[in-house]
Design a protein around this ligand. Structure first.
Ligand SMILES: *Cc1c(COP(=O)(O)O)cnc(C)c1O
Length: 425
């Protein structure tokens, strides 16, 4: 392919050629990702066909939203795609943390214990649970919390889990993605084994999976292997980049009924909640989600392979199987983080002229740098990178609605590193 357009946009021949060289070795990986996308695409289409999705589903509703065919059908589409009895998919769920907070507070009562068998959950859940004190936390309502850390090699500590589960243990929360931690992401298979093990000890234990960033990276989801609820954000994978807001909870009828009562009000449940005209984006986004997730996964693997070649430590490595779309790259210095992020920013379709700089973000103990030029604000299924300015100076790179954009972002990041003399080619 002629790389004139790359020269025009600022990627030198040297960087472009290095990229092509690395890509050559990724052929088989990319083929496998395309197969997963093809499988999941068929799964989504089958669910849409089964539920007779039609133009009537795209109509806007307002007010109470009684008898909202579009909303109810979308929830059936999610439930059938993820093979669950029921689903709650709403623009009124404002983000992933909100969806998780609803799922937890709806299914835990005073005196119950919440248990994480895979170590400390995502940052924002600490206040939901009450690990960090907060008004309205689960702790304030008399719900206790315990956790079992992963073993030093990142594997599950089955022996400790056996003794940690007791009669009050009501709900286990399992986070699939590593998020911004350094542990490995769990595969759906690993999650399935963990659920089976815990339910042998306590058959009525409710198992919830924080599915954020994991959807459609594999052919099965945790709900296929025993999870009672899977929970995620629509401005990540399942929104396909088109959903402007929203969250989902898919699971057993019993759990979802309770979630709906918690989200709206006891007695109202899923019957209310106008769709505000967002149905076209939520349907089309879900339709696109398998291929968008594949594009993002390819970008992550390309970044891993390219930065490995340049001598940096990357997590996961370019050869490892993927169970989410997050790529960590340890760049070793603040200057390198700034250069990397300015490359991602310079490749964006929106706000490309902006220069990302480290800043003191509320709630963090070190400066944070973020690069994103997204159509939907804060969307992390779109190409983005961020990280705290502290050793090992790791950037977390994710997203890309198309593989071509992801590729451009990674090449541009290398170019900026080269321009700043932080690498040599
Ligand atoms: C993104 C994410 C969440 C929720 O984050 P929001 O920003 O509230 O959408 C929860 N858990 C994990 C693992 C995540 O990646």
């Amino acid at each position: 392919m002629s790389n004139n357009v790359y020269a025009e946009i600022g990627v030198s021949d040297k960087v472009y050629s290095l990229g092509e060289q690395v890509l050559h070795e990724l052929h088989d990986r990319f083929e496998a990702i395309d197969q997963t996308a093809e499988y999941n695409q068929a799964k989504v289409i089958a669910a849409m066909q089964k539920n007779r999705v039609s133009a009537a589903c795209f109509a806007a509703t307002s007010g109470y939203g009684y008898n909202d065919v579009g909303r109810d059908t979308l929830e059936r589409v999610y439930a059938d795609t993820f093979h669950t009895e029921a689903a709650l998919v709403r623009p009124q769920i404002t983000c992933g943390t909100h969806a998780l907070a609803v799922a937890l507070s709806a299914n835990l009562l005073p005196g119950d214990e919440l248990y994480s068998p895979v170590g400390r959950p995502y940052d924002t859940l600490e206040e939901v649970i009450g690990i960090r004190e907060s008004a309205c936390s689960l702790a304030e309502f008399g719900i206790t919390y315990s956790e079992t850390p992963l073993l030093p090699d990142g594997s599950i500590d089955y022996e400790s889990i056996r003794t940690a589960i007791h009669p009050n243990t009501k709900l286990a929360t399992i986070q699939r993605s590593k998020g911004y931690a350094t542990r490995p992401t769990l595969s759906v298979q690993q999650i399935g084994e963990l659920i089976r093990f815990m339910k042998e000890i306590k058959p009525d234990l409710v198992c919830m999976v924080d599915n954020c960033y994991g959807e459609f990276t594999e052919k099965i989801e945790p709900s296929d292997l025993g999870a009672d609820m899977i929970v995620g954000s629509l401005i990540k994978n399942p929104g396909g980049g088109l959903a402007p807001i929203g969250g989902y909870i898919c699971g057993t009828q019993h759990c979802i009924d309770r979630c709906a009562y918690r989200l709206s009000a006891p007695g109202l449940g899923q019957e209310v909640g106008a769709n505000l005209g967002l149905m076209p984006q939520l349907y089309q986004g879900f339709f696109l989600a398998p291929t968008v997730t594949a594009a993002a996964t390819k970008g992550a693997i390309f970044a891993a392979a390219l930065y490995e070649k340049l001598g940096f430590r990357v997590v996961p490595s370019s050869a490892e199987d993927r169970h989410d779309i997050i790529q960590a790259i340890e760049l070793g210095s603040e200057e390198a983080m700034v250069a990397f992020c300015s490359g991602i920013q310079a490749a964006a379709p929106v706000d490309s002229y902006v220069t990302p700089i480290p800043w003191d973000m509320p709630g963090y103990d070190s400066k944070v740098i973020m690069a994103a030029g997204a159509f939907v604000q804060g969307s992390s299924i779109e190409l983005s990178a961020d990280g705290p300015i502290r050793p090992p100076y790791a950037v977390y790179f994710q997203g890309g609605l198309t593989w071509s954009h992801s590729k451009l972002g990674v090449l541009m990041s290398v170019q900026k590193m080269l321009d700043a003399s932080l690498i040599s080619l």
